[in-house]
Ligand binder design. Structure first.
Ligand code: BJW
Ligand code: ZN
Length: 263
């Protein structure tokens, strides 16, 4: 088991963090793990629900075959998420938006925890578990206040069937979401990749774009990922322990800095 003591922040990163004007953060399920939200992959495990791997139940095919089962799966997860609170990593990132001239949070998560921590204008690549969308008229409906039973809910505007407003495997991302994230990645100087296995595309292309455009790419994850090789720095450990160390007010940040020889 890794802990934050396995990782130290380089002087290069702390310098860049102090002077950068344009910073992008891409997050995945791992950032919410310390809030108690299960991840999909990691630690050698894959999430399974009622005997079905999540990539079967969370797929465009399942939506066609069994819409009630898809609703049951997302109702179950909304129930789990109800009492969940953002953790130190979400709060650190929300604090960073005050520090940089241009700051972008791109998330693959559908849990809304970045917004709950105070992050604004979050680019949600995979939608939100707190919204439904009408198959017929495409109207989006807030689910937080809606009582959902066992049935497939109907659209309040046209009576059509609703579906969770999330991006399932084999579906397109919300119009413009990837394009906006990719444009921000092109221009950032510093790119953090936090708590993602970096296997799902096109989201995993965001740090690749930042790297190709010359950004300093930093991964924060207890485990290596396919992206680790192209990262300029890999901080091995939990997001909730590592990210607050970068925040300017963190008392312990200076103790964890080290000098790295320049490449
Ligand atoms: C910690 C931690 C701690 C633990 N601190 N870290 C190119 C190549 C190959 C395939 C494709 C490709 N382009 C597209 C595809 C197909 C597919 C895809 O990528 N497949 C690959 C998996 C093979 N992509 C799609 O289908 C996408 N659509 C698309 O491309 O449209 C165009 C198209 C349409 C039709 C045909 C062809 C193309 C859509 C992808 C949608 C993904 N949806 C899901 C489900 C959302 C709804 C739901 O929640 O059920 O999104 S899948 C699931 O994976 C979810 C996540 O957002 C996503 C990414 O997972 P994430 O966030 O990385 O989590 P984990 O669990 O994988 O990793 C957690 C990490 O955290 C681990 O590394 C841990 O170590 C770490 N961790 N604790 C920090 N405390
Ligand atoms: Zn409708």
């Amino acid at each position: 088991m890794h802990s934050v003591t396995d990782s130290v922040i380089s002087s290069k990163l702390s310098e860049l963090f102090a002077i950068a004007r344009n910073v992008l953060v891409l997050t995945g399920a791992g950032i919410s793990a310390e809030s108690g939200v299960p991840t999909f992959r990691g630690g050698g495990n894959t999430a399974v629900w009622k005997g079905m791997p999540f990539d079967v139940i969370s797929s465009a095919g399942m939506l066609q075959r069994d819409l009630p089962a898809v609703w049951e799966w997302f109702n179950y997860r909304r129930g789990l998420l109800g009492p969940v609170k953002p953790n130190a990593a979400h709060h650190a990132i929300a604090g960073w938006q005050k520090q940089f001239e241009h700051f972008t949070v791109v998330t693959q998560n559908i849990d809304g925890l970045h917004q709950a921590a105070g992050s604004r204008d979050v680019i949600e690549l995979h939608g939100s578990i707190w919204r439904a969308r009408c198959f017929d008229c495409e109207t989006r409906h807030e689910l937080r206040d809606l009582r959902i039973g066992q049935e497939v809910p109907s659209c309040m505007d046209c009576g059509g069937h609703l579906r969770p407003d999330v991006v399932l495997f084999g579906e397109m991302l919300p119009p413009g979401a990837f394009e906006r994230a990719a444009a921000e990645a092109q221009h950032c100087e510093l790119c953090f990749v936090v708590g993602t296995s970096a296997v799902v595309y096109p989201a995993a292309a965001i740090p690749e774009i930042a790297h190709a455009a010359g950004a300093y790419v930093v991964e924060v994850n207890p485990e290596p990922t396919p992206l680790s090789e192209i990262c300029d720095e890999v901080l091995t450990g939990k997001a909730g322990e590592i990210l607050p160390l970068l925040s300017p007010t963190s008392a312990s940040s200076s103790q964890l800095m080290r000098s790295v020889p320049s490449a």
